[in-house]
Design a protein around this ligand. Structure first.
Ligand code: FAQ
Length: 332
């Protein structure tokens, strides 16, 4: 922490003054340091983080559905065990992220209510069906791959609890991506039918995976401010480009093709050019009109209702623990 930031913090601690608090906040951001839950922060910063972190949490738990769909049909016991562990990891990511979001002041039941009533978004990618076993490979390679590309820079997000949650999440996502790669590699080097199945999965997931990075920069209302606050470190298009550059050689190693006739190395830019994505489709999906939106939300609400007894039991257990602690304290 620089001397300027330390002095400003002293002013804020001595007498609360909004201008001094804003100056302290600006200095922390300018210093590329971290805002913690008890620090003062502008309402708009709190709101944007609550939006992004909670939507990220919603994506993790809705993202369990396409893969959970294949647990009972995994081709071997080993594949089943790996897939179960991955789906459990996604639930864990949801838990870290809901906890991080709650430190911003909105309780979890309110965040979940926003998801269940369609007020909050979750990643567009999870509104596409998982039709074959090869989709487990494509989700791991492309969806987790895109998630890592997007999320590694978030480990340096200016809000402490979010950045710290992202560190562990990224480590796990990296394992997920490799298991997806390995499924696709085996299929693409298997029988002709298996290779066709792998190619078909990549064909269906490629475009939606690129759209996970969000709309193009000129149609992204939140990016500029989020970057000024050091929440996002790169724009949507910058990260999408990074992802394309990463997966083209990987696809070659897999001996699979990416379904984009415009993909070509651009010597001048030092990057791969790629074709225009279907943004009408993307905006339709995030408005709730994707192939699986209704099914995903209905399943989520059903799971939440079925879990009511667990929440009730946890509350009762916590109440008994508190009562026991209070009794011990009273005796002592
Ligand atoms: N889907 O102004 P921007 C995963 C919305 S986790 C749906 O560019 P921003 C793990 C956006 O919210 C995947 N909505 O917004 C896994 C905004 O609407 P709002 C999730 C989208 O926030 C793997 C509006 O469009 N990852 O995959 C999408 O600056 C396998 C305008 O957009 C994260 O959440 C979209 N793709 O940038 C799990 C990462 N893109 O909120 C299971 C953290 C944009 O104003 C299996 N989030 N929108 O109503 C972020 O980095 C950012 O929030 C972006 C969007 C980049 C997603």
């Amino acid at each position: 922490m620089s001397d300027t930031v330390r002095n400003l913090q002293q002013t804020v601690d001595d007498v609360f003054d909004t201008d001094a608090a804003q100056a302290y906040f600006d200095a922390i951001i300018g210093d590329d340091s971290r805002i913690e839950p008890r620090d003062w922060m502008p309402d708009a910063y709190r709101k944007t983080l609550t939006r992004q972190v909670s939507q990220h949490a919603h994506s993790e738990i809705i993202g369990m559905q396409p893969e959970a769909n294949w647990i009972t049909r995994a081709p071997s016991l080993k594949r089943k065990a790996i897939l179960m562990a991955k789906v459990q990891d996604e639930a864990g990511h949801g838990l870290y992220l809901y906890s991080a979001a709650e430190t911003l002041g909105t309780p979890r039941d309110v965040l979940l209510e926003q998801l269940h009533t369609g007020k909050a978004k979750y990643s567009s990618i999870f509104n596409y069906p998982a039709r074959s076993w090869a989709d487990m490979g494509a989700i791991g390679w492309l969806v987790d791959g895109a998630a890592i590309c997007n999320q590694v820079p978030l480990c340096r997000a200016s809000y402490g609890p979010y950045g710290r949650a992202m560190v562990r999440i990224c480590k796990e996502e990296s394992f997920h991506q490799r298991q997806g790669w390995e499924i696709l590699y085996e299929l693409s080097h298997g029988t002709p039918a298996q290779k066709r199945m792998a190619q078909d999965a990549v064909n269906r997931f490629y475009g939606p995976a690129l759209q996970m990075f969000g709309p193009p920069d000129d149609a992204s209302p939140n990016s500029q401010q989020s970057m000024a606050w050091n929440i996002k470190r790169f724009s949507n298009d910058e990260l999408r480009q990074r992802f394309v550059d990463m997966i083209v050689p990987q696809a070659e190693a897999l001996e699979l093709t990416l379904p984009d006739p415009d993909l070509a190395w651009n010597e001048e830019r030092g990057h791969y050019d790629y074709g225009e994505l279907d943004w009408d489709e993307f905006f339709g999906v995030i408005k709730g009109n994707g192939p699986c939106n209704a099914q995903r939300l209905a399943r989520r609400v059903e799971a939440h209702e079925n879990g009511a007894w667990v929440r009730e039991a946890a509350r009762e257990y916590a109440r008994k623990q508190q009562a026991a602690t209070a009794e011990t304290a009273a005796v002592a």
